[in-house]
Design a protein around this ligand. Structure first.
Ligand code: CS2
Length: 487
C-alpha cells in the first residue's frame, strides 16, 4: 500500500513527488475521479506542485455515488492518502513510473454533502473541474438546452439545498460562495466535447436559472468556463492488469494506473480566480481551442468509435488487434482522409495528415492493451459528440457517402447487441431507457434509426439514406464486418 511515509523508500525505477506532499492543500475540486482524470489533470497538477509556491493547488476528488465499488474506491484513496502510481508506456513497451501526490482528499458526496458544499464555497477553491463523460452534461441535442426534465435534476430542483447531481452541488456551492462574498471561480470541463466550456456554461447556468434567476446571472458574470481539448489514451485496469502493473513497478498500489506516453491539453486562458502555472508543465494556452478540439474529436475520438464498433462485432477485445486487420486499417484511414480532413480547419502549425498518422500509431500501441469495450461504451452519446459534423457535412454536400452510411450501419449493429458470431454483446448504454434498449435490440433493419444516437442528423435522413443504412446492416450480418467494409 502506498503511504506518505513509504515515499522515502520507493523502488529505484519509480519516481516520487519532488515536493512535500504533506504541505499540499486543496485548490481544485474535481468531480468524476476516473482513470482519465488521474492520468491527465492529475498528471499536470502533480507537475505544477513541484513548482515554487504551488502547494495550494492540490485536488480534492468528489464522487457522486456511494455503495459498492464507489465505497471501495473511497476506502482505497483514504488508505493510500490519495497517492497512486502512473505507468506511462511507449509503443516500444518502455515504461516510466511515477507516484503522484496531487490528490489531497477524496469525498463521497452522498456521505458528506455538507463537506462538499462547504469546500465549493470556500475561498481556497479556485477551480471546479470535471470528467463526467460526453453524455453527462444533460444537454438536449436537438434544442441545445439543459434538460430539467431528468428525474435526478427534478429532485435537485425540488430540494436545491440538498443536492444529488453535480449541477445541484456546484450551483448550491456557488450560492453559498456568493453569500459569503468569496467571488467566482472557474468551472473547467475535462471531457471530450466540442466547446466543452460553452456546454458546461449552458448546463450549470441552465440548472441555476431553474433554481434562481439572480444566482444564474451572478454565475454568468463571476464564473468562467474555459474551452479545452484534452488528450491521453487511458485504458481501464482490470485486477489482472493491476497485478501486472504492480509487478513491473515493485509497488503495492491499490489503484495503479496505465496511460500512453502521449499527453496534450490545449485550453483557453480564462480563469476567474487564478490558476497554476500550467504553461510551465506543457499545457498549451490559446484562444483558438476550437480548431484543436475539432481535430481531436473528429479524428481521434470518431475513429476510435468506428474501430470499437467494428471490434465489438468482430469479437476482438483490444484496439490494436482491430487495427491490425488490414481492411479495418484501410477503412479508418480513408474515412479520415476522405470524409473528415477535407472538412476540418487545421490548428495552427498542425498537419492533419501527420496528425492522422500519429493517432493510428497511438492506437496500435499493443503495450497499452486498450479495451474496445471501454471505447464502445455509451456509443449513443459518443456518436452524437464525435460524428455529427462529419455526418452532416457528408450528407449535406451530396459527396460520396458510402463510408459514412456504413459507419451508421455499424453503430446500429453494435446497439443491436449481437456480434457476427451470433453472440450477445454486453452493452453499456447508461443514457438509454429500457424501452430504447428494446428498440435497439430489434432485428428489424430500420426500427433503431429512431434512437437518440441519430438525433443530430435526423433531418438529413432521406428514405434513400435509410434504405442504404438497412442494406449495409444486412450485408454486415450476412458477410461479416471485414468482408462488408467498403474499402
Ligand atoms: C475514447 C477516449 O472513450 C473514448 O471514446 O475515444 O477515451 C480516448 O481514449 C481519449 O479521448 C484520448 O484522449
Amino acid at each position: 500500500m502506498l503511504t506518505y511515509d513509504g515515499l522515502k523508500s520507493l523502488p529505484e525505477n519509480v519516481a516520487g513527488p519532488t515536493y512535500d506532499v504533506r504541505k499540499v492543500t486543496s485548490g481544485i475540486v474535481h468531480f468524476g475521479v476516473g482513470n482519465f482524470f488521474r492520468a491527465h489533470l492529475g498528471y499536470y497538477v502533480d507537475r505544477v506542485l513541484a513548482l515554487p509556491d504551488h502547494e495550494g493547488w492540490g485536488i480534492t476528488g468528489v464522487g457522486l455515488r456511494s455503495g459498492g465499488n464507489s465505497d471501495r474506491k473511497a476506502e482505497e484513496f483514504q488508505a493510500q492518502e490519495g497517492l497512486y502510481s502512473l505507468t506511462e508506456i511507449a509503443a516500444d513497451g518502455k515504461a516510466g513510473i511515477r507516484v503522484m501526490g496531487c490528490m489531497k482528499a477524496y469525498l463521497q458526496a452522498p456521505d458528506e454533502p455538507e463537506k462538499v458544499l462547504a469546500l465549493l464555497a470556500d475561498k481556497s477553491t479556485k477551480i471546479v473541474s470535471m470528467t463526467i463523460t460526453e453524455g453527462g452534461y444533460n444537454i438536449d441535442e436537438t434544442t441545445g438546452e439543459f434538460r430539467t426534465s431528468l428525474p435526478a435534476v427534478q429532485e435537485d430542483l425540488a430540494n436545491p439545498k440538498n443536492p444529488g447531481t453535480i449541477f445541484g452541488f456546484v450551483v448550491e456551492g456557488l450560492r453559498r460562495r456568493r453569500e459569503a462574498g468569496h467571488g467566482g471561480l472557474t468551472i473547467m470541463s475535462c471531457d471530450n466535447l466540442r466547446h466543452n466550456g460553452d456546454v458546461s456554461r449552458k448546463a450549470f447556468v441552465g440548472y441555476a436559472r431553474a433554481v434562481d434567476a439572480d444566482l444564474a446571472a451572478w454565475i454568468e458574470q463571476n464564473v468562467t468556463f474555459p474551452n479545452a481539448m484534452v488528450d491521453r489514451i487511458t485504458p481501464s485496469v482490470s485486477s489482472e492488469g493491476k497485478a501486472k502493473l504492480n509487478e513491473r513497478s515493485g509497488l503495492d498500489d491499490l489503484q495503479p494506473l496505465l496511460a500512453e506516453d502521449f499527453i496534450q491539453w490545449v485550453i483557453e486562458d480564462r480563469f476567474a480566480a487564478g490558476r497554476p502555472a500550467f504553461e510551465k508543465v506543457g499545457v498549451q494556452f490559446t484562444d483558438q481551442v476550437s480548431a484543436y478540439e475539432h481535430a481531436k474529436i473528429r479524428m481521434l475520438n470518431s475513429s476510435h468509435l468506428i474501430l470499437s464498433a467494428a471490434g465489438m462485432l468482430l469479437n476482438l477485445a483490444l484496439v490494436d488487434e482491430v487495427l491490425a486487420e488490414p481492411r479495418v486499417h484501410k477503412f479508418v484511414d480513408s474515412v479520415l482522409e476522405k470524409d473528415v480532413i477535407p472538412t476540418l480547419k487545421a490548428p495552427p502549425g498542425v498537419d492533419l495528415h501527420k496528425y492522422k498518422a500519429t493517432l493510428l500509431t497511438r492506437f496500435s500501441n499493443a503495450a497499452m492493451a486498450d479495451q474496445v469495450a471501454r471505447i464502445a461504451s455509451d456509443a449513443t452519446s459518443k456518436a452524437q459528440v464525435f460524428w455529427t459534423e462529419t455526418v452532416r457535412s457528408v450528407l449535406e454536400s451530396g459527396r460520396d457517402r458510402t463510408r459514412i452510411v456504413y459507419c451508421l450501419a455499424l453503430l446500429l449493429e453494435l446497439l443491436r447487441g449481437v456480434d457476427e458470431k451470433g453472440e450477445k454483446i454486453t452493452l453499456s448504454e447508461p443514457f438509454l431507457t429500457e424501452e430504447q434498449l428494446k428498440v435497439a435490440a430489434s432485428d428489424d433493419l430500420r426500427k433503431s434509426i429512431s434512437l437518440p444516437a441519430f438525433d443530430s442528423w435526423r433531418d438529413l435522413l432521406t428514405p434513400e439514406i435509410e434504405q442504404e443504412i438497412a442494406r449495409n446492416r444486412e450485408l454486415i450480418r450476412k458477410e461479416g464486418v471485414l468482408a462488408s467494409l467498403p474499402v
